[in-house]
Design a protein around this ligand. Structure first.
Ligand code: NAD
Ligand code: AOT
Length: 312
């Protein structure tokens, strides 16, 4: 199987490394010239669960993508606001049979992907793996994780199960889900609380969890996500989702992770995915007549912080 990782930052590098270590034909595609050049020169450097490794994976700039090289599977790992441009740039690699798997955080990416790929080839999901970009060509990977995915097109369940099996062969711990929209909203609740609040408060997830108001804030945000999801026929179990979000507070498992929004905004003064997480819930809330005051405020606070820090 010829695999492309479209967007080879922190998470794309993790998936690229694990699939390449698993013996697969992997190519990385990325839009950041310094990162691509560093990988070309030195391979992808990673601290992988405490061990320093180098994985030599072929890499191309998205402006260099060639139509001579059609791929079987493309795994999307851009930031949400880079997705449309990436899909335009990788068009030459897409054949009639090419499957696309989207594991980005946030809600509604299928609306963007459907413009480029027939429904029967689209698979969507989410992941509990984490990763951090240290600098061009270098990532930090620790802890364990999982993937859930499902087909968007009718009758593609077997392909989705095969795809999960393929990822699991390389240790990515992937499972087929028969209710992926539930899983995506459930993961969006993690990001809709942890990503923005850790960025605003300048803390990791364990430090936020140790504050007195944390529980009430998590419950309030999850209820807003649940109200919007219910309007779309996705009935979140609020207590279970709150417990899932709060499991991220544990400093012995994942609590010391600074969410990707923190890494972008606070460490690197980059624009964030807020409009695809809390901002998406705010927009949907307005459309459906559902009040979402916490999501509205959190979205605005992150945009304030982007302006204050001159994020690009
Ligand atoms: P990332 O920012 O590391 O990489 C995304 C793209 O941004 C890549 O093309 C990368 O080259 C580019 N980029 C990164 N830093 C840059 C810089 N300084 N200058 C120019 N370009 C730069 O993104 P990620 O953290 O891998 O996230 C990809 C998707 O996965 C997002 O939707 C994210 O929310 C989601 N996700 C992330 C994590 C995590 O722990 N990082 C966990 C689960 C899901
Ligand atoms: C995360 N983090 O999704 C992953 O940083 O954007 C992110 C992210 C798995 C479990 C908890 C948080």
């Amino acid at each position: 199987m010829k695999v492309v990782i479209a967007g080879a930052g922190a998470m794309g590098s993790r998936f690229g490394i694990m699939l390449h270590k698993g013996g697969n034909d992997v190519t990385l595609v990325d839009g950041w010239p310094a990162h691509v050049e560093a990988i070309r020169q030195n391979g992808v450097k990673a601290n992988f669960n405490g061990e320093d490794i180098v994985e030599n994976i072929p890499v191309v700039l998205q402006s260099e993508v060639s139509s001579a090289d059609k791929k079987d599977l493309i795994i999307l790992f851009t930031k949400a606001m880079q997705l449309d441009k990436m899909l335009q740039d990788i068009k030459p690699m897409i054949a009639d049979h090419t499957k696309i798997l989207c594991l980005l955080n946030g809600i509604g990416h299928e609306d963007t992907i459907e413009k480029y790929i027939p429904m029967e080839n689209i698979f969507i999901g989410n992941t509990m793996w984490t990763a951090g970009l240290v600098g061009p060509g270098e990532v930090k990977l620790f802890g364990s994780g999982s993937v859930e995915l499902q087909n968007l097109g009718d009758g593609q369940e077997d392909s989705a199960k095969e795809l999960a099996g393929f990822l699991s062969e390389s240790g990515l711990n992937a499972k087929y889900s028969d209710n992926i929209h539930y899983s995506i909203y459930r993961k969006a609740c993690v990001n809709g609380t942890m990503n923005c609040l850790c960025s605003i408060l300048d803390v990791n997830m364990a430090e936020f969890g140790a504050t007195e108001p944390a529980h009430d804030m998590v419950v309030t945000v999850v209820k807003e996500f649940a109200a919007v999801a219910a309007h779309e026929g996705v009935e979140l179990d609020i207590d279970e989702v709150v417990a899932h979000v709060e499991s991220c507070f544990d400093p012995n498992t994942i609590g010391k992770h600074y969410p990707s929004m923190y890494q972008d905004l606070i460490n690197n003064h980059r624009l964030t995915e807020i409009d695809y997480i809390n901002g998406a819930v705010s927009r949907k809330g307005k459309k459906y007549g559902i009040p979402t005051p916490y999501c509205d405020l959190l979205t605005q606070l992150i945009h304030c912080k982007e302006d204050i820090l001159g994020a690009k």
